[in-house]
Design a protein around this ligand. Sequence first.
Ligand code: 13P
Length: 258
Amino acid sequence: MRQPLIAGNWKMYLDIGKAIKLTESLLAVVEYLEDREVVICPPFTMLYPIGRMVRDKHLKLGGQNLYPAAEGAFTGEISPDMLLDCWCRYVILGHSERRQYFHETDEFINQKVKSALAAGQERRQVNLTPILCVGEREAERSAGNQESVVAAQLSGNLAGLTAEEAGRVVIAYEPVWAIGTGRTATPQDAQAMHGFVRQWLAREYGAGVAENTRILYGGSVKPENVDSLLLQPDIDGALVGGASLKAESFIRIIKYEV
Ligand code: 13P
């Protein structure tokens, strides 16, 4: 059985005071939500103080990016081990904002995925699980190309992984036209794409990997639509942007009921 996962991507929002208050509010609730995993992904500068707050708790921490090298002269970048040092157990990779504004290629994202998987294994036997984001743009969907676009991202981003490694990746389907726009995919359209991703995984890595991989939906997830999205058989959780920044809305989302 796939354990549902709800992740909050804080992007470049909040200050440290608000972040700590939000984390305190979440800690009080998440402890009682044992059947699901909840992850928060703050900006890098907040990872250490928030990591100290959550390190022994059910609430988990994730980074929003990494650089695929153990160390080196890479001014401004953060390594997988630096994330592990801050108690991160997840890392968002290949987000559409990074693909668009920072020109990240499928090949570069592939290096990041491999680097996260390797770091997690080498170090203290803890995992640094990639949350790999894929999704089509509006024009690609209008042209009916959403499946080929997502398949190309998956094959580029997961290239060279063994089935065991692929099985340790969480996929987030985030249609670009639904991010920050208030336009959520309908549960039926989202389910169709999640089903497609799972079939793709089955073809590439076998039925076991496909059956166990968590596929999250992202793009204008809100308290009003989370229940109907998570009711779909192939939607195993959510990657939430704007609505993860306020305790009230995010708590309602993590308490989703199907
Ligand atoms: P919104 O929930 O604000 O649409 O953002 C989604 C997202 O990009 C999560 O990674």
